[in-house]
Write a protein that binds this ligand. Structure first.
Ligand code: PMP
Length: 435
C-alpha cells in the first residue's frame, strides 16, 4: 500500500479551512467509504503525482476536460504565451472570435455562440433563453442526469414518472421544483406522457444525448434522440442538448452529429477549454438573437471569453483536429474495456461495461444499464472496494460508481497494459473480501 501520509496531512489542513476539505463534493471519498482523498500536485501526459510522490495513471481526467492528458505541450504553450499579453481586458478580443469560428466550423448548428465560465452557467442560461423565447415555464429533464448546480437543475423526480419535481438540495424552493419534470432516459412513452400532461407549459426538454452522469449510457436505439426532438417540437418546446461532457469527447464535434440530429440549443464546457475554466452555449441564430444586447434575455460575465480560456481552447481544438486522435482513443478504450471484462470473467465477478469511444463505465452488476434505475441497482460497495484496490495499485478513477473512465490522447499501449495488470490483481483481491 503506498504511503499517503502527506495527502492525509493536507486533507486535515484542508478540513479546517475549506468546507468539507474539498471544493466540489464529488472529490471527497464519501461515496467510497470515506477517508482522506488523494491530494495531487503535478500532472504530465497520462499520469499525475500526489503530494507523497506516488504516481497514478489517470482515468479521472479532471471529470472530463483533460482529453489531451496533463500539461499537453501545445496547450501549455498557448497559455504561457497568453499570459505575456496581460490576461484580461473586459473588451472583445481576437481570440474569442477565432475560438467561436473554430467551434462553428466543427458544429455548424452553433450558428451563434456565447462564452461563459462553467457548464453550470451554460446550462442555466440555455434554460433562461428557452423560457424567454417560448414564454413558457416548465423544463423536462431526465432522471439521474446532472446539469450543474443552478437551482432549477437541483430538482429530483417527484412521486410519479411524469409528476412535478421535488427539491434535490436544501435551499431550492418548492416553487422552483414544481417547474421541473423528470422522466426516465431511454423511455419515449414516459416523455410523451409528460408532454401530454404539461406540454403547453414546457419551455424545453434538456438532455445529455449520451449520458455521462449516471455512468456512460448511450441512447438505446438509433432513433431515440430524433424521437425526443420530434416529440418535443410537436409540443412547441425547444430541445437543449447538454454536451458539457460529450462535445469533442468522441469525435471532433458533438454527440448530436453522431446521431445526425439538430437540437435548438447546446450547452458546452469541459474539453473545449483545454483544462481552463469554460462554458459556452449557442445554437439557432433566431433563438440566440433573443439574448442581450440584441434581445431581452439577460446573460453576462466579467470573466466570460477570457483570453486564457479562449487561447487554451483554440490550442486544444487544434490538437484534436490531428488525424487519428479519436480513432486511437477508441482503440485503447476498446482494449482496456475488453481486458477488464476478461479479468472480471476470470474471477466470475458479475459486471457490465458501457463504452462509447474512449469513455466507459464499469458497473458492478450483470444487468444492462439503460437508465438511472438500472445504474442505481449496481453495487456501490463492490465498486468502492475495487476503487481502492486500483488506487493502491496506482490507477486513478473517479470515486463514484456513476462516473466514467476517460482514456485520453496521452494514454499509451503501455499504460493500458499496466492498468490491466492492476485490474486483474484488483479483481483477485476483491475475491478475498466478502460481498
Ligand atoms: N452538464 C453536464 C452534463 C456535466 O457533466 C457537468 C459537470 N459534471 C455540468 C453540466 C456542470 O459543469 P461545471 O462543473 O463546469 O459547472
Amino acid at each position: 500500500k503506498p504511503d499517503r501520509t502527506q495527502s492525509r496531512l493536507w486533507s486535515e489542513r484542508a478540513n479546517s479551512v475549506i468546507l468539507g476539505g474539498v471544493n466540489s463534493p464529488s472529490r471527497s471519498f464519501k461515496s467510497v467509504g470515506g477517508g482522506p482523498p488523494v491530494v495531487m500536485k503535478r500532472g504530465s501526459g497520462s499520469r499525475f503525482i500526489d503530494v507523497d510522490g506516488n504516481t497514478y495513471i489517470d482515468y479521472l481526467a479532471a471529470y472530463g476536460p483533460l482529453v489531451l492528458g496533463h500539461a499537453h505541450p501545445e496547450v501549455m504553450a498557448a497559455i504561457r504565451s497568453a499570459t505575456e499579453d496581460g490576461i484580461l481586458y473586459g473588451t472583445p478580443t481576437p481570440w474569442e472570435v477565432e475560438f467561436a469560428e473554430a467551434l462553428r466550423a466543427a458544429v455548424p448548428d452553433l450558428e451563434r455562440i456565447r462564452f461563459v465560465n462553467s457548464g453550470t452557467e451554460a446550462v442555466m442560461t440555455t434554460v433562461r433563453v428557452a423560457r424567454g423565447v417560448t414564454g413558457r415555464n416548465k423544463i423536462i429533464k431526465f432522471e439521474g442526469c446532472y446539469h450543474g448546480h443552478s437551482d432549477l437543475m437541483l430538482v429530483a423526480a417527484g412521486s410519479g414518472p411524469s409528476s412535478m419535481g421535488v427539491p434535490d438540495s436544501a435551499g431550492v424552493t418548492e416553487s422552483t421544483a414544481r417547474e421541473v419534470i423528470t422522466v426516465p432516459y431511454n423511455d419515449i412513452p414516459a416523455l410523451e406522457q409528460a408532454l401530454d400532461r404539461f406540454g403547453d407549459d414546457v419551455a424545453a426538454v434538456l438532455v445529455e444525448p449520451i449520458v455521462g452522469n449516471f455512468g456512460i449510457v448511450p441512447p438505446a436505439s438509433e432513433s431515440y434522440l430524433a424521437d425526443v426532438i420530434d416529440r418535443t417540437h410537436r409540443a412547441g418546446a425547444l430541445v437543449i442538448f447538454d454536451e458539457v461532457i460529450t462535445a469533442f469527447r468522441f469525435h471532433y464535434g458533438t454527440a448530436a452529429q453522431m446521431y445526425n440530429v439538430h437540437p435548438d440549443l447546446f450547452a458546452l464546457g469541459k474539453i473545449i477549454g483545454g483544462g481552463l475554466p469554460i462554458g459556452a452555449y449557442g445554437g439557432r441564430q433566431d433563438i440566440m438573437e433573443r439574448v442581450a444586447p440584441l434581445g431581452p434575455v439577460y446573460q453576462a460575465g466579467t470573466m466570460a471569453g477570457n483570453p486564457l480560456s479562449m487561447r487554451a481552447g483554440i490550442a486544444c481544438l487544434q490538437v484534436l483536429r490531428q488525424p487519428g486522435i479519436y480513432e486511437r482513443m477508441d482503440r485503447l478504450g476498446e482494449q482496456l474495456a475488453a481486458g477488464i471484462l476478461e479479468a472480471a470473467a476470470a474471477v466470475s465477478e458479475p459486471v457490465t461495461l458501457n463504452r462509447v469511444g474512449g469513455a466507459f463505465t464499469l458497473f458492478f452488476g450483470a444487468h444492462t444499464v439503460r437508465n438511472y434505475e438500472d445504474a442505481k441497482r449496481t453495487d456501490g460497495q463492490r465498486f468502492a472496494q475495487f476503487f481502492h484496490a486500483l488506487l493502491d495499485r496506482g490507477i486513478s478513477i473517479a470515486p463514484s460508481k456513476y462516473e466514467a473512465w476517460f482514456v485520453s490522447a496521452a494514454h499509451t499501449e503501455e499504460d493500458i497494459a499496466i492498468t490491466l495488470t492492476a485490474v486483474e490483481k484488483s479483481f483477485k483481491a476483491l475475491q478475498d473480501i466478502p460481498r
